[in-house]
Design a protein around this ligand. Structure first.
Ligand code: SF4
Length: 400
Protein backbone atom coordinates (compact mmCIF):
# COMPACT_ATOMS: atom_id res chain seq x y z
CA UNK A 1 0.00 0.00 0.00
CA UNK A 2 1.30 3.46 -0.86
CA UNK A 3 1.31 5.50 2.39
CA UNK A 4 1.04 8.75 0.41
CA UNK A 5 -2.24 7.78 -1.21
CA UNK A 6 -5.58 7.86 0.58
CA UNK A 7 -6.25 4.27 1.75
CA UNK A 8 -9.82 4.56 0.46
CA UNK A 9 -8.52 4.80 -3.08
CA UNK A 10 -6.32 1.73 -2.76
CA UNK A 11 -8.88 -1.04 -2.39
CA UNK A 12 -8.85 -2.87 -5.75
CA UNK A 13 -12.32 -4.29 -5.03
CA UNK A 14 -13.91 -0.86 -5.29
CA UNK A 15 -14.74 0.00 -8.89
CA UNK A 16 -14.36 3.67 -9.73
CA UNK A 17 -14.06 3.50 -13.49
CA UNK A 18 -16.42 2.86 -16.36
CA UNK A 19 -17.24 -0.73 -17.38
CA UNK A 20 -16.81 0.33 -21.01
CA UNK A 21 -20.53 -0.06 -21.72
CA UNK A 22 -21.25 3.59 -22.46
CA UNK A 23 -22.43 2.93 -26.01
CA UNK A 24 -24.70 0.13 -24.87
CA UNK A 25 -26.58 2.27 -22.35
CA UNK A 26 -26.62 5.50 -24.39
CA UNK A 27 -30.03 4.87 -26.03
CA UNK A 28 -31.59 4.18 -22.60
CA UNK A 29 -30.16 7.37 -21.11
CA UNK A 30 -31.24 9.46 -24.09
CA UNK A 31 -34.73 8.04 -23.98
CA UNK A 32 -35.11 8.79 -20.27
CA UNK A 33 -33.39 12.13 -19.83
CA UNK A 34 -32.63 13.87 -23.13
CA UNK A 35 -34.78 16.74 -24.42
CA UNK A 36 -34.93 18.01 -28.02
CA UNK A 37 -36.74 21.15 -26.81
CA UNK A 38 -33.92 22.08 -24.44
CA UNK A 39 -31.42 21.53 -27.26
CA UNK A 40 -33.51 23.87 -29.42
CA UNK A 41 -33.62 26.55 -26.71
CA UNK A 42 -29.87 26.33 -26.18
CA UNK A 43 -29.28 26.69 -29.91
CA UNK A 44 -31.54 29.74 -29.90
CA UNK A 45 -29.39 31.73 -27.44
CA UNK A 46 -31.14 30.13 -24.46
CA UNK A 47 -34.51 31.70 -25.38
CA UNK A 48 -37.91 30.48 -26.52
CA UNK A 49 -40.84 32.62 -27.64
CA UNK A 50 -44.35 31.12 -27.44
CA UNK A 51 -47.18 33.62 -27.87
CA UNK A 52 -47.16 36.01 -24.93
CA UNK A 53 -44.50 33.96 -23.13
CA UNK A 54 -40.78 34.47 -23.44
CA UNK A 55 -38.71 31.78 -21.75
CA UNK A 56 -35.13 32.57 -20.84
CA UNK A 57 -33.00 29.64 -19.78
CA UNK A 58 -29.96 30.15 -17.54
CA UNK A 59 -26.72 29.50 -19.40
CA UNK A 60 -25.70 26.78 -16.93
CA UNK A 61 -28.37 24.53 -15.52
CA UNK A 62 -29.30 20.91 -14.89
CA UNK A 63 -27.08 17.84 -14.77
CA UNK A 64 -23.53 18.51 -13.57
CA UNK A 65 -20.51 16.35 -14.41
CA UNK A 66 -20.78 14.44 -11.12
CA UNK A 67 -24.43 13.55 -11.62
CA UNK A 68 -23.89 12.62 -15.26
CA UNK A 69 -21.18 10.22 -14.21
CA UNK A 70 -23.13 8.70 -11.31
CA UNK A 71 -26.15 7.94 -13.51
CA UNK A 72 -23.94 6.64 -16.29
CA UNK A 73 -22.19 4.23 -13.89
CA UNK A 74 -25.48 3.07 -12.37
CA UNK A 75 -26.83 2.16 -15.82
CA UNK A 76 -23.56 0.51 -16.78
CA UNK A 77 -23.63 -1.49 -13.53
CA UNK A 78 -27.08 -2.84 -14.39
CA UNK A 79 -25.87 -3.80 -17.87
CA UNK A 80 -22.72 -5.44 -16.47
CA UNK A 81 -24.53 -7.43 -13.74
CA UNK A 82 -27.98 -8.21 -15.17
CA UNK A 83 -28.59 -11.15 -12.79
CA UNK A 84 -27.23 -9.80 -9.53
CA UNK A 85 -29.01 -7.93 -6.77
CA UNK A 86 -27.96 -4.28 -7.00
CA UNK A 87 -28.34 -1.87 -4.07
CA UNK A 88 -27.77 1.83 -3.62
CA UNK A 89 -26.67 3.10 -0.21
CA UNK A 90 -28.94 6.08 -0.75
CA UNK A 91 -30.67 8.05 -3.51
CA UNK A 92 -28.19 8.18 -6.41
CA UNK A 93 -28.93 11.90 -6.71
CA UNK A 94 -31.73 14.11 -5.38
CA UNK A 95 -34.16 13.68 -8.24
CA UNK A 96 -37.33 11.59 -7.86
CA UNK A 97 -37.54 10.77 -11.61
CA UNK A 98 -34.03 9.34 -11.73
CA UNK A 99 -34.43 7.38 -8.52
CA UNK A 100 -37.72 5.79 -9.55
CA UNK A 101 -36.20 4.90 -12.92
CA UNK A 102 -33.43 2.99 -11.14
CA UNK A 103 -36.05 1.19 -9.05
CA UNK A 104 -37.87 0.20 -12.25
CA UNK A 105 -34.57 -1.27 -13.42
CA UNK A 106 -34.58 -3.53 -10.37
CA UNK A 107 -32.16 -1.60 -8.16
CA UNK A 108 -32.98 -1.38 -4.47
CA UNK A 109 -32.34 1.41 -1.98
CA UNK A 110 -30.94 0.36 1.37
CA UNK A 111 -33.04 1.63 4.28
CA UNK A 112 -31.44 4.27 6.54
CA UNK A 113 -31.32 4.41 10.33
CA UNK A 114 -32.39 7.49 12.32
CA UNK A 115 -29.08 9.22 11.73
CA UNK A 116 -29.26 8.78 7.95
CA UNK A 117 -26.77 5.88 7.69
CA UNK A 118 -27.58 2.98 5.35
CA UNK A 119 -28.50 -0.33 7.01
CA UNK A 120 -26.46 -2.98 5.29
CA UNK A 121 -27.14 -6.13 7.29
CA UNK A 122 -28.92 -7.87 4.40
CA UNK A 123 -26.08 -7.39 1.90
CA UNK A 124 -24.50 -10.63 0.67
CA UNK A 125 -21.10 -11.29 -0.88
CA UNK A 126 -22.55 -11.79 -4.37
CA UNK A 127 -24.47 -8.47 -4.32
CA UNK A 128 -23.42 -5.25 -6.01
CA UNK A 129 -23.65 -1.99 -4.05
CA UNK A 130 -23.48 1.44 -5.70
CA UNK A 131 -22.24 4.40 -3.68
CA UNK A 132 -23.94 7.60 -4.91
CA UNK A 133 -22.35 10.86 -6.05
CA UNK A 134 -22.53 12.23 -2.47
CA UNK A 135 -20.24 9.44 -1.20
CA UNK A 136 -20.76 7.38 1.93
CA UNK A 137 -19.48 7.69 5.52
CA UNK A 138 -16.23 5.85 6.33
CA UNK A 139 -17.86 3.48 8.81
CA UNK A 140 -20.44 2.40 6.23
CA UNK A 141 -17.73 1.97 3.61
CA UNK A 142 -15.76 -0.26 5.98
CA UNK A 143 -18.84 -2.39 6.70
CA UNK A 144 -19.51 -2.80 2.99
CA UNK A 145 -15.90 -3.74 2.30
CA UNK A 146 -16.13 -6.34 5.06
CA UNK A 147 -19.15 -7.90 3.32
CA UNK A 148 -16.93 -8.63 0.31
CA UNK A 149 -19.59 -7.48 -2.16
CA UNK A 150 -18.79 -5.63 -5.38
CA UNK A 151 -18.69 -1.90 -4.72
CA UNK A 152 -19.22 0.62 -7.50
CA UNK A 153 -18.21 4.03 -6.17
CA UNK A 154 -19.67 6.99 -8.07
CA UNK A 155 -18.56 9.61 -5.50
CA UNK A 156 -17.97 12.87 -7.34
CA UNK A 157 -14.35 14.05 -7.57
CA UNK A 158 -15.38 17.45 -6.19
CA UNK A 159 -16.75 15.78 -3.05
CA UNK A 160 -13.50 13.85 -2.71
CA UNK A 161 -11.58 17.14 -2.87
CA UNK A 162 -13.46 18.31 0.21
CA UNK A 163 -12.64 15.02 1.95
CA UNK A 164 -8.99 15.64 1.20
CA UNK A 165 -9.22 19.00 2.97
CA UNK A 166 -10.98 17.77 6.10
CA UNK A 167 -8.70 14.75 6.20
CA UNK A 168 -5.69 17.08 6.32
CA UNK A 169 -7.37 19.22 9.00
CA UNK A 170 -7.87 16.09 11.14
CA UNK A 171 -4.31 14.92 10.56
CA UNK A 172 -2.94 18.31 11.65
CA UNK A 173 -5.17 18.58 14.73
CA UNK A 174 -7.62 21.13 13.31
CA UNK A 175 -11.37 20.96 13.90
CA UNK A 176 -13.28 21.04 10.62
CA UNK A 177 -16.02 23.66 10.62
CA UNK A 178 -18.28 22.46 7.81
CA UNK A 179 -20.88 24.76 6.29
CA UNK A 180 -23.68 22.36 5.38
CA UNK A 181 -26.64 20.40 6.65
CA UNK A 182 -25.48 17.91 9.28
CA UNK A 183 -27.86 15.18 8.07
CA UNK A 184 -27.25 15.62 4.33
CA UNK A 185 -25.67 12.50 2.77
CA UNK A 186 -22.67 14.42 1.52
CA UNK A 187 -22.01 16.12 4.86
CA UNK A 188 -22.37 12.83 6.75
CA UNK A 189 -19.72 11.39 4.43
CA UNK A 190 -17.47 14.47 4.70
CA UNK A 191 -17.69 14.80 8.48
CA UNK A 192 -16.75 11.13 8.86
CA UNK A 193 -13.44 11.90 7.09
CA UNK A 194 -12.74 14.67 9.61
CA UNK A 195 -12.43 12.09 12.38
CA UNK A 196 -10.16 9.62 10.61
CA UNK A 197 -7.32 10.75 12.91
CA UNK A 198 -7.57 10.74 16.73
CA UNK A 199 -7.30 14.55 16.97
CA UNK A 200 -9.81 15.14 14.18
CA UNK A 201 -13.05 16.87 15.21
CA UNK A 202 -15.89 18.54 13.36
CA UNK A 203 -18.80 20.88 13.83
CA UNK A 204 -21.40 21.51 11.12
CA UNK A 205 -22.96 24.97 10.81
CA UNK A 206 -26.13 25.33 8.79
CA UNK A 207 -26.01 29.06 8.09
CA UNK A 208 -24.66 32.43 9.15
CA UNK A 209 -26.82 32.44 12.25
CA UNK A 210 -25.29 29.22 13.55
CA UNK A 211 -21.84 30.33 12.46
CA UNK A 212 -22.44 33.48 14.53
CA UNK A 213 -22.91 31.29 17.63
CA UNK A 214 -19.61 29.54 16.94
CA UNK A 215 -17.95 32.95 16.52
CA UNK A 216 -19.43 34.17 19.78
CA UNK A 217 -18.06 31.10 21.55
CA UNK A 218 -14.62 31.53 20.03
CA UNK A 219 -14.59 35.14 21.24
CA UNK A 220 -15.44 33.91 24.73
CA UNK A 221 -19.06 35.02 24.94
CA UNK A 222 -20.98 31.75 24.59
CA UNK A 223 -22.82 29.66 27.15
CA UNK A 224 -21.38 26.14 27.15
CA UNK A 225 -24.57 24.17 27.88
CA UNK A 226 -26.62 26.12 25.33
CA UNK A 227 -23.92 25.65 22.74
CA UNK A 228 -23.66 21.91 23.33
CA UNK A 229 -27.44 21.62 23.13
CA UNK A 230 -27.70 23.62 19.89
CA UNK A 231 -25.05 21.56 18.10
CA UNK A 232 -25.75 18.19 19.74
CA UNK A 233 -26.40 16.45 16.42
CA UNK A 234 -23.84 18.38 14.42
CA UNK A 235 -20.53 17.66 16.15
CA UNK A 236 -18.05 14.79 16.43
CA UNK A 237 -18.30 12.52 19.50
CA UNK A 238 -17.19 14.15 22.77
CA UNK A 239 -16.85 17.54 21.14
CA UNK A 240 -15.72 20.11 23.67
CA UNK A 241 -16.18 23.71 22.46
CA UNK A 242 -13.60 25.01 24.95
CA UNK A 243 -10.96 22.60 23.66
CA UNK A 244 -11.99 22.07 20.04
CA UNK A 245 -12.47 25.59 18.69
CA UNK A 246 -8.87 26.76 19.06
CA UNK A 247 -7.55 25.40 15.77
CA UNK A 248 -10.14 25.39 13.01
CA UNK A 249 -10.30 24.74 9.28
CA UNK A 250 -13.30 25.67 7.15
CA UNK A 251 -14.92 23.47 4.53
CA UNK A 252 -18.36 23.22 3.01
CA UNK A 253 -20.90 20.94 1.47
CA UNK A 254 -20.17 21.40 -2.23
CA UNK A 255 -23.65 22.71 -3.03
CA UNK A 256 -24.00 25.53 -0.51
CA UNK A 257 -24.46 29.17 -1.42
CA UNK A 258 -20.89 30.13 -2.20
CA UNK A 259 -21.23 33.73 -0.99
CA UNK A 260 -22.53 32.48 2.37
CA UNK A 261 -19.71 29.96 2.75
CA UNK A 262 -17.18 32.70 2.11
CA UNK A 263 -18.86 35.04 4.58
CA UNK A 264 -18.89 32.32 7.24
CA UNK A 265 -15.17 31.69 6.75
CA UNK A 266 -14.52 35.45 7.10
CA UNK A 267 -16.65 35.66 10.25
CA UNK A 268 -14.74 32.77 11.83
CA UNK A 269 -11.39 34.24 10.88
CA UNK A 270 -12.33 37.63 12.39
CA UNK A 271 -13.38 35.94 15.65
CA UNK A 272 -10.14 33.96 15.81
CA UNK A 273 -8.17 37.19 15.34
CA UNK A 274 -10.22 38.93 18.05
CA UNK A 275 -9.57 36.13 20.52
CA UNK A 276 -6.03 35.07 19.67
CA UNK A 277 -4.51 37.84 17.53
CA UNK A 278 -3.26 37.81 13.94
CA UNK A 279 -0.11 35.81 14.48
CA UNK A 280 -1.73 32.85 16.22
CA UNK A 281 -4.66 32.90 13.80
CA UNK A 282 -2.24 32.58 10.90
CA UNK A 283 -1.15 29.26 12.40
CA UNK A 284 -4.52 28.07 13.71
CA UNK A 285 -7.01 29.01 11.01
CA UNK A 286 -7.31 27.45 7.55
CA UNK A 287 -9.75 28.00 4.75
CA UNK A 288 -10.19 26.59 1.24
CA UNK A 289 -13.20 27.22 -0.94
CA UNK A 290 -14.69 23.79 -1.57
CA UNK A 291 -17.83 24.81 -3.47
CA UNK A 292 -17.75 22.72 -6.66
CA UNK A 293 -17.35 24.46 -10.00
CA UNK A 294 -20.70 23.15 -11.29
CA UNK A 295 -22.54 24.68 -8.33
CA UNK A 296 -20.67 27.94 -8.76
CA UNK A 297 -21.45 28.10 -12.49
CA UNK A 298 -25.17 27.46 -11.89
CA UNK A 299 -25.28 30.15 -9.20
CA UNK A 300 -23.43 32.64 -11.42
CA UNK A 301 -25.76 31.89 -14.34
CA UNK A 302 -28.96 32.36 -12.35
CA UNK A 303 -27.67 35.62 -10.94
CA UNK A 304 -26.91 36.88 -14.46
CA UNK A 305 -30.36 35.87 -15.65
CA UNK A 306 -32.30 37.59 -12.85
CA UNK A 307 -30.10 40.66 -13.04
CA UNK A 308 -30.80 40.95 -16.76
CA UNK A 309 -34.50 41.00 -15.82
CA UNK A 310 -37.25 38.39 -15.83
CA UNK A 311 -40.78 38.67 -14.42
CA UNK A 312 -40.55 35.41 -12.51
CA UNK A 313 -38.32 32.39 -12.10
CA UNK A 314 -39.24 28.73 -12.25
CA UNK A 315 -36.53 26.58 -10.67
CA UNK A 316 -36.85 22.86 -11.35
CA UNK A 317 -35.40 20.23 -9.03
CA UNK A 318 -36.02 17.65 -6.32
CA UNK A 319 -37.34 19.16 -3.09
CA UNK A 320 -34.43 17.64 -1.13
CA UNK A 321 -31.86 19.06 -3.55
CA UNK A 322 -29.72 21.56 -1.68
CA UNK A 323 -28.23 23.23 -4.77
CA UNK A 324 -31.70 23.73 -6.30
CA UNK A 325 -32.87 25.44 -3.09
CA UNK A 326 -29.98 27.89 -3.29
CA UNK A 327 -30.87 28.83 -6.88
CA UNK A 328 -34.36 29.73 -5.60
CA UNK A 329 -32.96 31.80 -2.73
CA UNK A 330 -30.76 33.77 -5.12
CA UNK A 331 -33.62 34.37 -7.57
CA UNK A 332 -35.97 35.58 -4.86
CA UNK A 333 -33.83 38.62 -4.22
CA UNK A 334 -34.90 39.88 -7.67
CA UNK A 335 -38.34 38.45 -8.55
CA UNK A 336 -40.95 35.86 -7.54
CA UNK A 337 -39.37 32.40 -7.77
CA UNK A 338 -41.02 29.01 -7.60
CA UNK A 339 -39.23 25.74 -6.79
CA UNK A 340 -41.13 22.98 -8.61
CA UNK A 341 -40.18 19.31 -8.71
CA UNK A 342 -41.75 18.64 -12.13
CA UNK A 343 -44.57 19.54 -14.53
CA UNK A 344 -47.30 18.22 -12.20
CA UNK A 345 -46.66 21.28 -10.00
CA UNK A 346 -48.00 23.60 -12.69
CA UNK A 347 -51.59 23.03 -11.55
CA UNK A 348 -53.24 25.70 -13.72
CA UNK A 349 -52.88 29.20 -15.05
CA UNK A 350 -54.04 30.36 -11.61
CA UNK A 351 -52.20 28.06 -9.22
CA UNK A 352 -48.67 26.66 -8.93
CA UNK A 353 -47.53 24.13 -6.33
CA UNK A 354 -44.01 24.63 -5.06
CA UNK A 355 -41.66 24.28 -2.13
CA UNK A 356 -41.55 27.25 0.17
CA UNK A 357 -38.08 28.74 0.44
CA UNK A 358 -36.16 28.03 3.70
CA UNK A 359 -38.78 25.44 4.63
CA UNK A 360 -39.81 21.89 3.77
CA UNK A 361 -43.42 22.99 3.28
CA UNK A 362 -45.08 22.44 -0.11
CA UNK A 363 -47.58 25.19 -0.81
CA UNK A 364 -49.98 26.35 -3.51
CA UNK A 365 -49.63 29.93 -4.72
CA UNK A 366 -52.42 31.66 -6.63
CA UNK A 367 -52.05 34.31 -9.35
CA UNK A 368 -48.50 33.19 -10.07
CA UNK A 369 -48.62 33.84 -13.83
CA UNK A 370 -49.27 37.52 -14.62
CA UNK A 371 -51.45 38.59 -17.55
CA UNK A 372 -49.96 40.01 -20.77
CA UNK A 373 -46.50 39.46 -22.21
CA UNK A 374 -44.16 37.99 -19.61
CA UNK A 375 -40.60 36.85 -19.38
CA UNK A 376 -40.13 33.60 -17.47
CA UNK A 377 -36.66 32.66 -16.31
CA UNK A 378 -35.98 28.93 -16.04
CA UNK A 379 -33.18 27.06 -14.37
CA UNK A 380 -32.68 23.68 -12.74
CA UNK A 381 -30.55 22.09 -10.05
CA UNK A 382 -27.60 19.85 -10.84
CA UNK A 383 -29.68 16.70 -10.47
CA UNK A 384 -32.54 17.64 -12.82
CA UNK A 385 -32.78 15.87 -16.19
CA UNK A 386 -33.44 18.04 -19.25
CA UNK A 387 -36.54 15.96 -19.94
CA UNK A 388 -38.13 17.20 -16.69
CA UNK A 389 -37.28 20.83 -17.53
CA UNK A 390 -38.84 20.35 -20.98
CA UNK A 391 -42.06 18.99 -19.47
CA UNK A 392 -42.32 21.98 -17.13
CA UNK A 393 -41.90 24.45 -20.01
CA UNK A 394 -44.41 22.58 -22.18
CA UNK A 395 -46.92 22.51 -19.35
CA UNK A 396 -46.61 26.27 -18.80
CA UNK A 397 -47.17 26.83 -22.52
CA UNK A 398 -50.32 24.67 -22.44
CA UNK A 399 -51.93 26.34 -19.40
CA UNK A 400 -50.96 29.94 -20.31
S1 SF4 B 1 -23.04 19.26 -7.58
FE1 SF4 B 1 -20.79 19.36 -7.74
S2 SF4 B 1 -20.05 18.00 -6.12
FE2 SF4 B 1 -22.21 17.49 -6.46
S3 SF4 B 1 -22.17 15.86 -7.97
FE3 SF4 B 1 -22.37 17.76 -9.11
S4 SF4 B 1 -20.28 18.35 -9.65
FE4 SF4 B 1 -20.15 16.82 -8.02
Amino acid sequence: MNPNVNPELQNPKIIRTSFGLKDEIKPQLEQSYHSPLIDEIKANHFALQKGRLTFRLAQEFGFCYGVDRAIDYAYQTRAKFPDRRIFLTNEIIHNPRVNSKLKEMGMQFLPSDDSGHAMIQDIRKEDVVIIPAFGTPLKELGQLEAKGCILVDTTCGSVMSVWKRVDSYGRDGFTSVIHGKYDHEETLATSSRATRYPDGKFIVVRDKEQAGKVCQYIEGGGKREEFIQEFSKAVSPEFDPDRDLRKIGCANQTTMLSSESLEIANMLQRSMIKRYGEEVTCQNFRHFDTICSATQERQDAVLKLVQEGVDLMVVVGGYNSSNTGHLVEMSLAYCPAFHVKDATCILSREVIQHKKVFSAEIIDTAKWLPEGPIKIGVTAGASTPNRVIEEVIERIIVIA
